[in-house]
Each structure stands twice: as structure tokens, then as C-alpha cells.
Design a protein around this ligand. Structure first.
Ligand SMILES: [Zn+2]
Length: 399
């Protein structure tokens, strides 16, 4: 197992920009075939020649029939902090490297879980479909979002598990996201001729003020879903803990503009990151956010915006049969009952939840090291998760 994780980690499938997808997909295809599963490649027919490679979604299947339990994983990783991260390093039970926990280690756990079932000769009433996709880290354009738009995602699905690094809890919900960049325009002029210019910064300030009115309103709403307990919160900080439940509007994560201190700025830009709770409606919240910009335009502020990320929230009860089977088998393997919580970020369970399927994330990694410079996975957890996936699938597909 560790060798498989290391082999995958060594391929820098960084996204953005989405590199080396073909290489990593070939390794995964080889594992799927070598383990004796049916294999299929799902690929957008693209005419764009400037795409370095046309990435594929990979499907490995064990069992037969319509009823399908999906094991879902993504093989892209966020960019590394240093190239050293693509030289996998083993230290006792721990395997270090970019993607070790998010989520190449998780993919290997799923592969070996399926293999275990096959080696036991488990006769499933239905099948497990291991679906491995690219582009997860940037919204799923050529991965899950594409599959969903083609009607290829979740066919015959009775449920879905994904191996994201959940730090021992089960994620049964996720926040949605609308992330955009706003540019406010003005007219440049030298400071001495300021009266001839139009100050984009001062205009931007007016836009931000209106956004802050929306922010106050948005952030008065809370989610009912469980939020991860923050271990660094001291006693008496219930205020902070309850604020973690609030809906989110982050203004100015990035900003910039202006040519020099002595020039009236011609344009200024900033980002807005709106994270919506599962109880909120994406279309409605998007309309309200865009409404602020339209109102500014009507009041004569020249501006434009570009949405660069958009994803739905999703939620399913932990009480569904799959959720309960997963929880039972986590107890059976680890001795501890998992909590059901809302994932703080986007999660591809949303594509399945949108189709009414129970969808949960549970994986071997720690969220606190994912995307970081010291990313690692504990191989003992990878083995445990493989067993948990196998037992859960066996239960759900009536072994
Ligand atoms: Zn991930």
C-alpha cells in the first residue's frame, strides 16, 4: 500500500494548472486492471488544442448489476510548497509528500478495500464503482462537474463514499461557494492634476461599504449542522465556537490596483468569497451578492466582476442506511464512534447529494496537514480505512 501511495505522490498532478494528469491516470489505470476490476475511461471530447492534455475520469468496477455504491476520489493535488514534496518520504508509519492525505492515500485505501472484497470472493448484490476524477481542487470543471452535466455521474447510485482527509469524523454536509473578483474602474491622472482623474480606489471603497452591509446580514445566519470543534479554543470562548456556524462573506482576500503613490488609480480590484451554509440557496445568495454590484452600477460606479468558483452546498442526514453502516464499521475497526460534521470547504459529495443519494466523506488523512508544506498520511489509517470501506460496501451491497 505504501508503495502505491508513494508512486502516486511522486507524480506532480498539480492543480492549478492541472499538470501530469495523464501520467497519474496511467498509474491508476494499471492498478485497477492489475487488481482485476473492469475498467473504463470517461473523457470529454475536446477540440481545444491549447489544453496540454485532455484529462480522463477513471472508472473501476467490481461486482455487477445496476445498484452501484460509488467510491469517489480525485487525483489532482494543490500546488506544492516545494518540489521536495514530490519526493515521497517514508518515516515509520508515515508517508510524507504532496497529496499523501489529500487524497492519494485515500484512493489507495479505496482500491485496496475493493481488492480485499474481491479476494474474499464476496458476492455482491450490485457493484462498487471506483470513480477517480481530476480538477477537484478547482471546482471539478473537467471532472465531477463535467460528468454531472453529461448525466454520467452517479448512475444507478445507491450511495457514495469519498476518501477526503476528514481527521476521523464523517462529513455529511458541506458549505457552498461563490468566489469572484471585482474590478472598479476610474481614470488615471498625475497627483498634481488630480482633478482630471477619477479615483478607482475611492469608488471601490463605496462598493466595499455596501458589501459590508450585506456581510452583517449574511453573518447573522447560522447553520444547524455540527461544526468541527476547534481544539485551540480556550474555555469561555463559546462566542467564537458559535460564530463558526455563521454563514460567510469574506471581502478582500486579495486586492490590488493603482500604478504608483502619486497617480490617481485607474483601476482597483478585490476578491469576494461567499461561503453559503447548507440551509441557504445558492441561486438566491448569488443574486443578492450580484445585486450589490448591479446597484453600484446603477449609481454610476463603473465596475465589472468575474466569478471564478461556484459550487453548491450539500447535505444528507447521518441517519441514512449508508451513514449508519459507515459509522458502525468505523467503530468495528477503530473502536471509536465518529461524529457527523459539516465540511468547512467544498466537497464533491455535493454532486451526489444533489441527486438525492446519501454521500459521505471519510478518509485516512488529517485536514490540518492537507494543502500544507508537511502533508503526510499515516499508513495504518490507510489500512484501517480500506477495511472500513470494504466492510461498509459488503453491508450495503448485501454480502
Ligand atoms: Zn481533496
Amino acid at each position: 500500500m505504501a508503495r502505491a501511495v508513494a508512486e502516486l505522490v511522486a507524480i506532480p498532478s498539480e492543480n492549478p494548472p492541472g499538470e501530469n494528469y495523464r501520467l497519474v491516470a496511467t498509474i491508476l489505470e494499471n492498478y485497477i486492471r492489475r487488481f482485476g476490476f473492469a475498467f473504463k475511461r470517461l473523457q470529454p471530447k475536446t477540440k481545444a488544442r491549447n489544453l496540454k492534455e485532455s484529462p480522463a475520469c477513471l472508472l473501476g468496477e467490481y461486482g455487477r448489476g445496476e445498484r452501484t455504491l460509488y467510491f469517489h476520489g480525485h487525483y489532482d493535488v494543490v500546488p506544492a510548497q516545494s518540489v521536495e514534496q514530490f519526493k515521497p518520504m517514508r518515516n515509520k508509519h508515515f508517508l510524507f509528500g504532496r497529496g499523501a492525505c489529500d487524497m492519494k492515500g485515500g484512493i489507495v485505501a479505496m482500491l485496496y478495500g475493493m481488492r480485499a472484497l474481491k479476494e474474499c470472493g464476496a458476492g455482491l448484490c450490485g457493484k462498487i464503482a471506483l470513480l477517480l476524477v481530476p480538477d477537484e481542487e478547482t471546482g471539478g470543471a473537467r471532472g465531477s462537474a463535467w460528468l454531472a452535466s453529461e448525466g454520467l455521474l452517479g448512475r444507478g447510485g445507491i450511495g457514495m463514499l469519498t476518501a477526503e482527509p476528514t481527521s476521523g469524523v464523517v462529513w455529511n454536509a458541506n458549505r457552498g461557494a461563490i468566489s469572484l473578483r471585482v474590478e472598479v474602474r476610474g481614470k488615471a491622472a498625475h497627483v498634481g492634476l488630480q482633478h482630471r482623474g477619477e479615483n478607482a480606489f475611492e469608488r471601490m471603497h463605496r462598493v466595499v461599504e455596501r458589501l459590508l452591509v450585506l456581510k452583517r446580514e449574511v453573518e447573522s445566519r447560522s447553520t444547524e449542522h455540527n461544526i468541527g470543534a476547534e481544539p485551540d479554543l480556550k474555555e469561555g470562548s463559546e462566542g467564537l465556537a458559535s460564530r463558526a456556524r455563521h454563514s460567510i462573506l469574506l471581502v478582500g482576500g486579495q486586492s490590488g490596483g493603482g500604478a504608483n503613490f502619486n497617480v490617481v488609480p485607474e483601476k482597483c480590484w478585490f476578491t469576494v468569497d461567499r461561503r453559503i451554509n447548507p440551509e441557504e440557496d445558492l441561486e438566491l445568495e448569488k443574486a443578492r451578492l450580484i445585486g450589490v454590484f448591479e446597484e453600484c452600477q446603477r449609481d454610476g460606479i463603473p465596475l465589472g466582476w468575474e466569478i471564478f468558483q461556484e459550487g453548491r452546498s450539500g447535505a444528507c442526514s447521518g441517519d441514512r442506511e449508508l451513514g449508519q453502516a459507515l459509522a458502525r464499521n468505523v467503530v468495528a475497526v477503530t473502536g471509536e464512534a465518529p461524529r457527523f460534521e459539516m465540511c468547512p470547504g467544498l466537497l464533491e459529495t455535493r454532486f451526489y447529494a444533489a441527486r438525492g443519494m446519501p454521500a459521505y466523506a471519510y478518509g485516512p488523512g488529517l485536514l490540518s496537514v492537507a494543502h500544507g508544506p508537511k502533508e503526510y498520511v499515516d499508513m495504518r489509517r490507510v489500512a484501517e480505512c480500506g477495511a472500513i470501506y470494504a466492510l461498509t460496501a459488503g453491508e450495503i451491497l448485501g454480502m
